[in-house]
Design a protein around this ligand. Sequence first.
Ligand code: AMP
Ligand code: ZN
Length: 487
Amino acid sequence: MTDAPLRLFNSLNRQVEPFVPVHPGEARVYSCGPTVYNYPHIGNMRAYVFADVLGRTLSWKGYDLTHIINITDVGHLTDDSDAGEDKLEKAAAQKSQSIWDIAKHYTEAFKADVRALNIRQPSQWSVATDYIEPMIDFAKSIADKHCYELDSGLYFDVSTIADYGRLARAVTEEGEGRIDTVEGKRNAADFAIWRKTPPGETRQMEWDSPWGRGAPGWHLECSVMGEKLLGFPFDIHTGGIDHREIHHPNEIAQNQAFCGCAKGSGGLGEATHSGAKIWMHNNFLVERSGKMSKSSGEFLRLQLLIDKGYHPLAYRMMCLQAHYRSELEFSWEGLGAALTRLKRLVMAVEKLRDEPSQAVAEHPKFAPILTRFEDAIADDLNTPVVLTALEDALAVKKVDAGMKRAVVEEMDRVLGLDLLRLKRTDLRLRPKNAQITEAEIEADLLRRKEARLAKDFATSDAIRASLSAKGVEVMDGDPLGWEWKLA
Ligand code: AMP
Ligand code: ZN
């Protein structure tokens, strides 16, 4: 190992900085989890592929990792500032179902996507509604100095802490540009930490509190679970770039208040006041047609990709091909190219699978490639470069196969493509609407081969045409040895 220190981009000071753990030898990471009112779209899953690569890298660097991902089952409104309805209450009303059933169903769906993408399980999934009491206690502890009560709830006064909104890129002074629907707020950027149930209304999810019956504001849960499970300050907080604008600035404001940082002291010049030392944000997966959304009708789910015959790890590959801080545009062609790249890797690795791993670090052919790999991943998780280093390592000629295997094993510890287990045939998924089974295709292809050997080209062409009519493209001479695919 080059021992290149891990350097990460901190959105708080907008700089790449060395990772220095709060607790020596440990890494404590909190990732904002999904709001479970619907299926996650593949953009959401990009956030967890990123957090997974971060976690794998910290483990690979030897840190003892504690990673928390929360499940938001209460509090997230249809607008990130305090407007609209609770997303779960709304979904439950629309479907005439209990919120708890909805949350359970979509939590399971999310976890299935996590498994399919080979994202490691966090140390704990923390569910927001399991933390209502601690949320009320947290709010009580900051209410006197930092909050005020309105008819609609308890609000956080952002003018009571220093550097509010420093994380955000949008103009946040006085919350400019935000939809402001709450009457009586002192500053436009003030936000609810407790939302009272309006008189005459009942909510499926509501609890008693010193500010009346109601539900916690969305930002409160992450402050509380972060503090309870990891302790302030912890090392790294992650989320998508949308969270950089409202959710995380508000979480940080609450954390500053909790840490006793009043205005005049406790500014964010010292990152520990924010609750976490490093705040990291993945950029968005976007669609050419517009913003990816799970609240409007049909959207891109991992299952849709699978139904169309793309292995889920092709999507992971697509994510790894871009730096996490770059916007990534989704297209089916791009996904197809990522699948082809994954197939090539799997083909090359299949031959090495049964080799015993061999020490490799000092080998003159591999040492520079390993250095490139280590420098790239340590440089703010540059996975695109890691992928090319892996391909270069696989292309090295006249070396012991066991050494190559060891290199693959090492690099895949951070990439998480499951290369030593995946088989080429695993990557060929059957599109849901396919009219023909694999066995039938193979049988037809065998007959076609025999016809060609006998120079009976009429039969061979007829078989090809009949396969084509059933959506099977015969791929003679495919460089990957892929004999057919379902269109
Ligand atoms: P949500 O379920 O909406 O709370 O979002 C779950 C995670 O996905 C959060 O970290 C979001 O910031 C992130 N996210 C939402 N949309 C996208 C997208 N299109 N691309 C990447 N990350 C996203
Ligand atoms: Zn959060």
